[in-house]
Design a protein around this ligand. Structure first.
Ligand code: NAI
Ligand code: MG
Length: 501
């Protein structure tokens, strides 16, 4: 059994026991094929550990466990106060293990420890608590038709939910998906991203202790094309929820058609940020920085396309460059003053570098960065924060999601032009706009094709507020009360009180 756990010491000296198995039926087990995936520390490219990777046969086992659990009275018929308590207990355990979870997140993903500890783990705990609070507040409805009929609606769980999560916010994305699925009485098979397999297993180790019945939450690592595809195609899975690239989202949608699964997709973006002439320039600059450079630019809602009105364009570009150079401290993610760690993997690092080359060869003006950052021991997937200005709408760097510390800036003349160009994208996830004019702010916000618009800020999402996209940025919503919609059916029950044949 020792093979299923390994004692590790993280770069910050934190010691802990890392689970390596697949978590099925409240136990860690090996994959049936014995296959593993290796997790890499993106700061120095060293191997951290290898963990078991699920194949289709393991997916079958996990789905069977989840199916059994969804029918088990101990979960299905659980008093909703008890279900709420269970989720609160889970949140409490996460709080107790916060340092370990934040350490693993930073080690495996590369995000700064302060961010992992405060933001990611803060979000995980808040999300689980938020949905714990909902567990005993899920209501149906009575619909008046006529005295001869009592019609009422009950909200019931969808059943077995497969959840495929990405590597940019591993634990937070897990919490966004577990919270609403569990508080509504579903069971879950979650697959983590192969780039960041470690923190999710430690989270899994708290599930049994919290008191969830076996099979309610199953956690797998494994490759997208194997374990992920097996879940998306599985005939005994009722729902698939996915966060990741638009290309993979489309494939999942096709696979999910096999048994007409309910789907929720959160995919890519090229979110615009508009700065009007009358904006508070200092605030626009600072929020623009957070909006794209946070989390190494690996954020689906990152406002990666900045459009600035011509009257303040030059001033904005100059101030933004200046602010990025002082605020985006690149370095070892375990150091306190680091704002930007390495990109998550070599593949992502090379992808960003290839967009830098595309920007240069397409003739965009490089304002700063534009190269790998080699001052952190000479190793690791670090990239200098990169700004391109005077970018044209038909350039690849203007149109495609880069997912790195990489931003394009362009100027516009009129409000109408700003809206038109903001909407000229296949994506529609987030958008931000800066103006002091209250009428302009709300008018433009209404006309932007996006799931979320931030007025005078960027990316300050909140667990209580719906999150999701339009166009090719996704289907459905997560978070807030809207998150419950994604995990319940409304069943109509008609009671005949006197209509006689
Ligand atoms: P991806 O979308 O391929 O991977 C995300 C998740 O989907 C992972 O768990 C992966 O194992 C799984 N997956 C991959 N192929 C699958 C398949 N055929 N069937 C079922 N599951 C599958 O994204 P990837 O390759 O890691 O990153 C590529 C680009 O995607 C990034 O550069 C970025 O632009 C975008 N992305 C967007 C994210 C977001 O938050 N919206 C998160 C991660 C990536
Ligand atoms: Mg890693």
């Amino acid at each position: 059994m020792s093979d299923l756990f390994i004692d590790l010491t993280a770069p910050n000296g934190h010691k802990y026991k890392q689970p390596r198995g697949l978590f099925i039926n409240n136990e860690f087990v090996k994959s049936q094929s014995g296959e593993t995936i290796t997790s890499i520390n993106p700061s120095n490219e060293s191997e951290i550990a290898s963990v078991y990777a699920a194949g289709p046969e393991d997916v079958d086992k996990a789905v069977a466990a989840a199916r059994k659990a969804v029918k088990d009275p101990s979960w299905r018929d659980m008093d909703t106060n008890a279900r709420s308590d269970l989720l609160f207990k889970f949140a409490q355990l996460i709080e107790q293990h916060r340092e370990t979870l934040a350490t693993i997140e930073t080690w495996d993903n590369g995000k700064p420890y302060q961010i992992s500890f405060n933001d990611d783990l803060g979000e995980v705990i808040t999300t689980i608590k938020y949905y714990a609070g909902y567990a005993n507040k899920i209501h149906g409805q009575v619909i008046d038709t006529s005295p001869a009929k009592l019609a009422y609606v009950v909200r019931e769980p969808l059943g077995v939910c497969a959840q495929i999560i990405p590597w940019n916010f591993p634990l937070a994305m897990a919490a966004w998906k577990l919270g609403p699925a569990l508080c509504t009485g579903n069971t879950v098979v979650m697959k983590a991203a192969e780039q960041t397999p470690l923190s999710i297993l430690y989270l899994a180790s708290l599930i049994k202790e919290a008191g969830f019945p076996p099979g309610v939450i199953n956690i797998l690592n494994g490759e997208g094309r194997k374990a992920g595809a097996a879940l998306a195609q599985h005939l005994d899975v009722d729902k698939i929820a996915f966060t990741g690239s638009t290309a993979t989202g489309k494939e999942i949608m096709k696979m999910a058609a096999v048994n007409m699964k309910n789907i929720t997709l959160e995919t890519g973006g090229k979110s615009p940020l508009l700065v009007f002439d009358d904006a508070d320039l200092d605030q626009a600059v600072k929020w623009s920085h957070v909006g794209i450079m946070y989390n190494q630019g690996q954020v689906c809602t990152a406002t990666s396309r900045i459009l600035v009105q011509e009257g303040i364009y030059d001033k904005f570009v100059e101030s933004f460059k200046e602010y990025v150079s002082q605020a985006s401290v690149v370095g070892d993610p375990f150091k306190d003053d680091t704002f930007q760690g390495p990109q998550v993997t070599k593949a992502q690092y090379e992808r960003v570098l290839s967009y830098i080359e595309a920007g240069k060869s397409d003739g965009a003006k490089l304002v700063t960065g534009g190269e790998a950052f080699k001052d952190v021991g000479g190793k690791g997937f670090f990239i200098a924060p990169t700004i391109f200005a005077d970018v044209k709408d038909d350039m690849r760097i203007y149109r495609e999601e880069v997912f790195g510390p990489f931003v394009v800036i362009s100027s516009f003349k009129t409000e109408e032009e700003a809206i038109e160009r903001a909407n000229d994208s296949t994506y529609g996830l987030g958008a931000a706009l800066f103006t002091q004019d209250i009428t302009k702010a709300h008018t433009v916000a209404r006309r932007i094709e996006a799931g979320m618009v931030w007025i005078n800020s960027s990316n300050d999402s909140d667990v209580r507020v719906p999150f999701g996209g339009v166009k090719q940025s996704g289907i459905g919503r997560e978070l807030g009360e809207a998150g419950l919609e994604a995990y319940t059916n409304k069943k109509a029950i008609h009671v005949n009180l006197g209509s006689r044949l």
